[in-house]
Design a protein around this ligand. Structure first.
Ligand code: CP
Length: 300
């Protein structure tokens, strides 16, 4: 069954296949959609806030001609009455052909996969992983820097300790040895050891002009108030702020990414600069998730 639970499950060949399928899906969207998934149902169970992930999953299923059922607030789910997730999984697996889930507890997507009997797509499990975001990040990078070709440097900047998008995206990049990774964050919110390979990656504790000037991709992130101790959050909440002056130090063909939402990390003036690709990145969520749904359902 084609679950998407962790970025660590993918090898290079599969990633290249998904990138090509996402590109095909982009063409399908441009033509107005397809009826490939007619008669199939996607359930979106979102037990943490989301705009992009849930709506792009749902848009993806609509573009494939399928239907969507959803739980958008854990307070209106029987989880709040004390139901265990494995029971919810058995039930929803009987209602839907494929499930996308977001929750605050690492491992919940795996429980859903173990008990639902249908393919499960992890839309973010707490501070652990967000593999479908990682795949759309990879797709975005591939549009500017063909994967596996010239050497490039990707610098992840911001709150990395609980940043599930960075945990997933960095694991995917490991499949391409031409991509070097910098992790840039204060010590208290640096990348966990399990995602850091000291033989190839570099760690920095502040954002220097050299990093700005030499990176091909800068992947900025929000300092997540909801996942940090308040004291740590207050200390680092303004740690990195990208304004036009800073972005103008980047190479002209470099790209600035961010999984969004942003709070105060990127000034609105940056949106007009050629390096700003974070809105395009979010839109790429639709074709990538169309490919993942179609794969999960065995349609491609
Ligand atoms: N990038 C991302 O996961 O955004 P949402 O929280 O809005 O889904």
């Amino acid at each position: 069954m084609k679950h998407v639970l962790s970025a660590g499950q993918f090898d290079r060949k599969t990633l290249e296949e998904i990138m090509a399928q996402a590109s095909d899906m982009e063409e399908i969207v441009a033509k107005g959609g397809s009826d490939m998934a007619k008669g199939k149902i996607l359930a979106t169970l979102f037990y943490e806030p989301s705009t992009r992930t849930r709506l792009s999953f749902e848009a993806a299923m609509h573009r494939l001609g399928g239907a969507v059922i959803s739980e958008t607030d854990v307070n209106f789910s029987s989880i709040t009455k004390g139901e265990v997730l494995s029971d919810t999984a058995r039930i929803v697996g009987g209602y839907a052909d494929i499930i996308a889930i977001r929750s605050k507890t690492p491992g919940d997507a795996k429980i859903m996969a173990d008990y639902s009997g249908v393919p499960v797509l992890n839309g973010g499990d707490g501070s652990a992983e967000h593999p479908t975001q990682g795949l759309l990040d990879l797709y975005t990078i591939s549009k500017y820097f063909p994967l596996g070709e010239s050497p490039i440097t990707v610098s992840f900047v911001g709150e990395l300790i609980a940043g599930r998008t960075v945990h997933s995206c960095s694991q995917l990049l490991r499949n391409f040895p031409n991509i070097k990774i910098n992790f840039v964050a204060p010590k208290e919110i640096q990348i966990p050891d399990k995602y850091f390979d000291p033989s190839v990656d570099k760690k920095f504790f502040e954002l220097t002009d050299e990093i700005l000037e030499t990176s091909d991709v800068i992947y900025d992130t929000r300092i997540q108030k909801e996942r940090l101790d308040l004291e740590v959050y207050q200390k680092h909440k303004n740690a990195f702020h990208f304004d036009a002056e800073k972005v103008n130090k980047m190479k002209p063909n470099a790209i600035l990414m961010h999984p969004l939402p942003r709070v105060n990390e990127i000034a609105y003036e940056v949106d007009e600069l050629p390096q700003a690709k974070y809105f395009e990145q979010a839109i790429n969520g639709v074709p990538v998730r169309m490919a993942l749904i179609a794969r999960g359902l065995g349609l491609i």
